[in-house]
Design a binder for this molecule. Sequence first.
Ligand SMILES: [Zn+2]
Length: 300
Amino acid sequence: MPELPEVETVRRTLTELVVGKQIESVTVSLPRIIQRPDDIRRFETELIGHHIQAIGRRGKFLRIIMDGLVLVSHLRMEGRYGVYNRSEPVEKHTHVIFHFTDGTDLRYRDVRQFGTMHLFRAGDEFKNKPLIKLGLEPLEDSFTVEVFREVIAKRTTKIKPALLNQEYVVGLGNIYVDEALFEARIHPEHPTNTLTENELLRLHEAIINTLTHAVEAGGSSIKSYVNGQGEMGMFQHSLKMYGRKGESCLECGHPIEKTVVGGRGTHFCPVCQPFAGTSDDKLKRKISPRGSNVGSGVKG
Ligand SMILES: [Zn+2]
């Protein structure tokens, strides 16, 4: 958390709230959020005087685009932005404040302190960590079934970890992978390189549909996610798999199971998403009815 739809929602609300504003000064109270440059004083001084021109997104990263500079920001587990008047009290766990010349602040809060910020000369962000190795953007027109097949089809891992790998396709996390695999009727442990052409087609379409609908709903509010204006997303009410262990599958009525795939809590319907590996795999496969504790699989 958050995944592509939540970051996209933050991007859209931040666009409304801060584009056009000019930075007067910056205060960093938790240096480890700032991954680049190493020198926090340099980070604070380099931003002075810059105007925010646009808010972009690459995968789960926000790109705060200024005249000549780009700040790449990852919210990780619980990072969030808010815009306040400077006179308003600063809440606990506020680690970075961008003071604007109009008397407002963009404040970054992060209870878990896992979020990161990297500052670059404009354009350099794509040539460096953390953006350099990122894979396909699933909501862009360039995400065709051909490029999806090229990137994913030969992978030898199970399909769920392959979809979570940001070097192949960006933006999918634990929630939306479970949703997309259900939508495509594919078992989360299906070996990626044995997916049929039909399964690849269904999965490609399911990824786009799931993410598009979630963006339209403003993302999902699981745990503490809120968008840049303090509003909750609504897509959690539309989730068909995630968080519904033991509840009835909306398609067939069978109880939804939870297991662990690649270390992540994973929801699926054993009827709608039958396992289609080799018979050996079927024998070895054990779906634990206990699963793991709810929430244990919720990672960035
Ligand atoms: Zn079902």
